[in-house]
Design a protein around this ligand. Structure first.
Ligand SMILES: [Fe+2]
Length: 477
């Protein structure tokens, strides 16, 4: 594919939106490709690509701006015999292309959804801009940038945009940003939540990327469901009290509300099951935005994630520019269990550190995992996304090890890259995007997953600032 001319950004943040300040301020250029200086030594077995997605607004927002609103940008570092190569690209969604043609923003933020642009302005790009800004996965040879309100957007390994991918026209709705890919079957299992019935739709794509299974599931109310889980046998859903307030929207009430009376239920469905096969299990009201993993232990299903006793995503319609930030920054890790035989479920805390974006060795998806990784917040008054510590839990020995990035510096999601001849679950490396405000530099840090407390064994210097972002992934060569 011919590389398109590099794009430039135009944000000055004249309106001083909090979510465009400091580490959230977008970069204004695309680096075609650049060799990175490396401090320390790159592991010989580390061969592949680290890619991080996140918001990087191109034009001055039309109104209120939340960090969820930004145009997706991918930052990638490729590791091979020659060292480390960096590139970054905006994801050229149809909505962004329409704005590029106009030379300005026309799509409103998510807190102002009623104010959609006129078709005469955006043509077939549609009323809602697919930001593609949340995550990136690789399935059946395709790299897919994800945003949970729209279709996946396919990109090349050089991070250039191919376009929206609808599984050959079979996926007509949205797709979660958190599918689960089973490394043993090659299947990608995912879902979409919907504001109107059916509130939940579950899908399976086979190892060739064909959409082979679809089930509509009933929920009592439309809820925000960001992530789910799979075991070898089941898909596991959490129906939580983060409810879309459809009836109150027209009268200016908040779009999303915490409604504990909605309850929290864990749903268990055979991976190729029909709607009537789903079983729901009540647990104490709570919400999990990101799960680590789930697996079967006899008649029990075990799952873990950071657990919010209540949640506030700061997307309320009346929120001013001053308080548009995410109000709840993270939560302490917890494990949930479901006893299929007794028909019961419950939970218990794992730790009291506050974190988010938990990850595992993805080779263990659906199987028992003992090693859990997450970035955590330890500094008082931390803002959303301002993670400062890499944490590893080894639940087999109930141990925790941590590494603090240093004052004035941040880490992002911690991604596991397995060693090519790994024997143990934690035989590999952890990669995380880091920004050091004090030293004015961005790096991809590489830690030995077996010795997190030792800190980075290599620091890859990124030749420009990387704003804080959302999810990252590792794609082995
Ligand atoms: Fe997420």
């Amino acid at each position: 594919m011919k590389t398109a001319e590099a794009l430039r950004g135009h944000v000055t943040n004249a309106a001083d939106h909090p979510d465009l300040r400091d580490c959230l301020f977008p970069v204004d250029r695309e680096v075609e490709v650049a060799e990175c200086a490396v401090e320390g030594e790159l592991p010989a077995g580390l061969r592949g690509q680290f890619v991080r997605n996140g918001p990087n607004q191109m034009f001055e927002p039309t109104g209120k701006y939340h960090t969820f609103d930004g145009d997706g940008m991918l930052h990638g570092v490729t590791f091979d015999e020659g060292g480390a190569l960096y590139r970054n690209r905006w994801i050229r969604t149809r909505g962004l292309e329409a704005e590029i043609a106009l030379g300005r923003s026309v799509y409103p933020g998510l807190s102002d959804l009623m104010n959609v642009p006129d078709e005469s302005l955006v043509g077939d790009a549609g009323p809602i801009k697919n930001r593609a800004n949340t995550h990136i996965v690789r399935h059946a040879g395709r790299l897919l940038a994800l945003w949970e309100q729209g279709l996946p957007t396919e990109v090349t390994p050089e991070l250039d945009t191919v376009g929206e991918w609808s599984f050959g026209g079979k996926l007509r709705g949205a797709m979660t940003a958190h599918p689960r890919i089973d490394p043993r079957t090659g299947e990608m299992l995912f879902f979409s939540y919907n504001l109107f019935p059916p509130y939940l739709t579950y899908y399976v794509a086979d190892e060739r990327g064909d959409l082979v299974h679809r089930v509509d599931l009933d929920l009592p109310a439309p809820v925000m469901m960001h992530d789910f889980l799979v075991t070898e046998e089941y898909a596991v859903f959490m129906d939580s009290p983060v409810v879309f307030n459809m009836e109150g929207l027209a009268s200016g009430e908040p779009m999303m509300v915490w409604r504990p009376e909605n309850g929290t239920r864990l749903g268990v469905l055979p991976r190729r099951g029909a709607a009537e096969e789903v079983r729901w299990f009540e647990v104490e009201p709570s919400h999990v935005q990101h799960f680590w993993n789930a697996w079967a232990d006899g008649d029990r299903i075990e799952l873990a994630g950071c657990r919010y006793p209540r949640v506030d995503f700061g997307l309320e319609a009346e929120a001013s520019a001053e308080d548009s930030g995410v109000a709840t920054i993270g939560a302490p890790p917890a494990r949930y269990w479901i006893d299929l035989e007794r028909g019961q479920a419950g939970w218990e805390p794992i730790d009291d550190m506050v974190g988010e974006f938990g990850r595992i060795n993805d080779e263990r998806t659906g199987l028992r995992t003992d090693c859990l990784y997450m970035p955590a917040f330890t500094r008082p008054g931390a803002l959303a996304g301002h993670f400062d510590t890499v944490v590893k839990y080894d639940t087999s020995g109930a141990s925790r090890s941590t590494w603090y990035v240093g004052d004035d510096a941040y880490v992002g999601e911690v991604v596991f890259a397995p060693s090519p001849d790994a024997a143990a679950e934690d035989d590999g490396w952890l990669l995380t995007a880091s920004h050091d405000v004090g030293r004015g530099r961005s790096e991809v840090l590489i830690l030995d997953a077996r010795d997190v407390a030792a800190g980075p064994i290599a620091r890859v210097q990124i030749p420009q600032r990387m704003p804080l972002g959302f999810h990252a992934n590792w794609f082995a060569a």
